[in-house]
Structures are given as structure tokens and as C-alpha cells.
Design a protein around this ligand. Structure first.
Ligand code: G1P
Length: 272
């Protein structure tokens, strides 16, 4: 069973400036609720019991958001407001299942994952990238159920993207279809040039990864843009014979990592 999830949150959020110059992007509201809560709710509904958040000292506000007990208690003493009590209880529920680790230099997703090494207990864990919201159908839950069927396989969410945008994503090379929604992955390339992309099946930010990835991550060299990419380590695991499945999720993908995407996603979310 998959019980632990990790969420890399140390990124600088430059694509959302000026909103992120003092404020972490994951706390920006979407229809009255910070983006991070959508991600946590997806985890809870998928049966996750512990979430490890990777933050940086610059993004300590995220920790403060969940650890602000005294403030709530003072307010609740003065005011008997049911809405505040309900919100406080919700924050308490999240707080109980989250722990924080630090990545103070933004060296890439691979480096962020490595910071969680000593906390991961089971053979597999889930990773969610907070820029990618998936609504209407719980993608993590669907991926966990595929993993439960195909016990030793890792799973990554996938979506077809316009060909001219392949250089913005990790791109899969399919091996063969497993069923209508899932396929075995032969290779994955981080942000390929348009003419070198093996397909237009993109990696979306939900991954079920094996614990053994930590061994490879320790030696992972920097890739595109001088960052340590999880995609490059996954590629190595595939070469070593580890099975990875791509899952064409059913939900609706919302990009919250760019200004244009954030504005569109907020509108979309407030309609449901
Ligand atoms: C990351 C991954 C990329 C993936 C994308 C999904 O890129 O490196 O493989 O396709 O998330 O959102 P980033 O958005 O951090 O540039």
C-alpha cells in the first residue's frame, strides 16, 4: 500500500511574479482555498497518511500556515464563529499528517526528492507537483489502484499535449499499451527539442516512485538548465529494468504554475 506522499515546494515561483515576490505560490487562493489544500485533499482521498513537504527557508510561510495554533485559539476565544472553528479543524487535520524538510538551494526536482530519503518507509511513495492541479477525478487514487494491480510497477500521470509545446514537458516514448488508459514506458526525456521529441505524451506531476530511486539520485548529474531532474533518474531506472507505467488520467488538468494558467485555473475551479 502507498501511504506516504512528498510535495516539492521549494521552487521560487518566478513564473507567477509579482504575486510570488513575498508570498509562496502554493498559498495563492483558488476560489477561496490555497492551492496546496487541493493537493492535500487529493492525497487524503487517495488514502495517504503522511505527507512530506519540501520547503526552503524562503518559503517558511507555508509551514506557518499550518502551525498557527495560538493565533486561531486567541481568535476563537474572543469570537464564537463556526466558520473559523471549521477552518481551524481542517488546518489541524492537515497539520497532523504533514512534516517539513528543507531544500534551501533550488537545484531541481531530483534534488528535492533526495531530501526526503530518510523519511520514506515503504517500497513505493507518491509525489505530487503542486503546479499541476487535476480536478473532477482523483488522479493519485487511480494511479495507486493501478500500482496495486501491477505490484512492482511505478506509475506516472500522462496527458497528450500540443506538439509545439513538447519542450515544456517530460515526454514519454511508449513501449506498448497495457489497456485503454495505461501504457508501459520505454523512455522519458526531459523537455526535448520539438524535432527530437519521441511523442506528444507528456509527464504530468503525479508519480508513484520506488524507494530505490534514492540510490540513483545520489549520483544523478545535472541535466537541462543545470538542474537535477527526476526525469533523468527515472530514465536510468527504466534502463536498469524497472517497470514504469504511464497513466492517461481522466480528470481535468489545470496549470497553476504560470500567470496565465493560474488565472484560467482559478476561473475554472470556481465554476465547479
Ligand atoms: C516538471 C517536470 C516535467 C513535467 C512537468 C509537469 O517540470 O520536470 O517533466 O512534465 O513538471 O508539470 P517543471 O514544470 O518543473 O518545469
Amino acid at each position: 500500500m502507498i501511504k506516504q506522499a512528498i510535495i516539492p515546494l521549494a521552487g521560487l515561483g518566478t513564473r507567477l511574479l509579482p504575486l510570488t515576490s513575498v508570498f509562496p505560490k502554493e498559498l495563492l487562493p483558488m476560489n477561496g482555498k490555497p492551492g496546496i489544500e487541493y493537493i492535500l485533499d487529493e492525497c487524503i482521498e487517495a488514502g495517504i497518511k503522511e505527507v512530506i513537504c519540501i520547503i526552503s527557508t524562503k518559503k517558511k510561510l507555508i509551514k506557518n500556515y499550518f502551525f498557527n495554533d495560538n493565533f486561531y485559539k486567541k481568535i476563537m476565544k474572543k469570537k464564537k464563529d463556526n466558520r473559523i472553528i471549521k477552518e481551524y479543524k481542517k488546518i489541524q487535520k492537515y497539520k497532523k499528517m504533514i512534516r517539513f524538510v528543507y531544500q534551501n538551494k533550488p537545484l531541481g526536482t531530483g534534488d528535492a526528492v533526495l531530501k526526503t530519503k530518510s523519511y520514506i518507509k515503504d517500497k513505493f511513495f507518491l509525489m505530487l507537483l503542486p503546479d499541476d492541479l487535476i480536478i473532477k477525478k482523483n488522479c493519485s487514487k487511480a494511479m495507486i489502484s493501478i500500482h496495486n494491480r501491477k505490484k512492482d510497477c511505478s506509475v506516472i500521470a500522462s496527458m497528450k499535449v500540443p506538439k509545439k509545446t513538447v519542450n515544456r514537458w517530460g515526454i514519454f516514448l511508449k513501449e506498448k499499451n497495457l489497456d485503454e488508459e495505461n501504457f508501459y514506458i520505454k523512455d522519458v526525456i526531459e523537455k526535448p527539442e520539438i524535432d527530437k521529441a519521441p511523442s506528444n505524451n507528456a509527464v504530468i506531476g503525479r508519480y508513484i516512485l520506488p524507494k530505490q530511486i534514492f540510490r540513483n539520485l545520489k549520483y544523478q548529474k545535472k541535466g537541462k538548465g543545470g538542474e537535477i531532474h527526476i526525469t533523468d533518474t527515472i530514465r536510468q531506472l527504466i534502463i536498469d529494468g524497472h517497470k514504469f507505467i504511464g497513466h492517461n488520467f481522466k480528470g481535468k488538468y489545470l496549470d497553476c504554475g504560470t500567470m496565465h494558467g493560474y488565472i484560467r485555473s482559478s476561473k475554472e475551479i470556481s465554476r465547479i
